[in-house]
Design a protein around this ligand. Structure first.
Ligand code: SF4
Length: 196
């Protein structure tokens, strides 16, 4: 999506949420994307609360005791602030990513954040994404080649044994907890993802 937007020559903000628990490879990818697409502005909209401050308020290792609260502090509420003055947001979620995302619609009214949510890649397969990436030589994270189908925070991500870069699995996210989503895409009332 970033590559497509850059090709259009439009100026939009590419916002990301630095939870302060990101992999170094993710920060490096941001820097490589910034160099590759100098017309785009990559802006960190993460919570300024330091991990030490979070520990002082909520105790140690909140992610292992109350991951939903930790995600709310470091992802969902910062996103709510970010979207407060936005007209719409675009995300990269796709139907083939998980059973919970299998009915994602391309354009919906997101009642959680009260904003139009656009998911242009909803019908794309992971193989299609990889084909596009190869053809356009789009920078991606080396973690895909290291057995991480997806990755978020270091505390809550582990590699998935035998996973190839073209495989998609959320088994490495919050493994052993039953949690599969951080809450950015889940309607808190219906539990549905990316649907009107
Ligand atoms: S993914 Fe883990 S560490 Fe990151 S915000 Fe959620 S619970 Fe906290």
């Amino acid at each position: 999506m970033i590559d497509m937007i850059a090709a259009l020559g439009v100026s939009v903000e590419i916002a990301y949420l630095d939870t302060q628990f990101l992999f170094p490879e993710t920060i490096d990818l941001r820097d490589r994307l910034s160099r590759r697409y100098p017309t785009l502005c990559f802006v960190n909209r993460g919570n300024a609360m330091s991990p030490a401050e979070q520990e002082r308020i909520h105790g140690p290792e909140l992610w292992s005791r109350e991951p939903d609260l930790c995600c709310r502090i470091r992802k969902v509420e910062p996103m709510r602030q970010l979207l407060r003055n936005a007209d719409a947001w675009m995300t990269g979620i796709r139907r083939d990513q998980s059973s919970t995302r299998s009915s994602v619609e391309t354009i919906v009214w997101d009642s959680s954040f009260e904003i139009v949510k656009i998911s242009p890649l909803a019908p794309w397969s992971r193989e299609q994404v990889y084909q596009y990436v190869r053809e356009r030589d789009v920078p991606i994270s080396p973690l895909h080649d290291a057995g991480y189908p997806t990755f978020g925070c270091t505390h809550c991500t582990r590699p998935v044994e035998g996973a190839r870069p073209t495989d998609y699995s959320r088994a490495g996210r919050w493994s052993g907890t039953g949690k599969t989503e951080c809450g950015l895409h889940t309607d808190p009332l219906t539990g549905r993802i990316g649907r009107a």
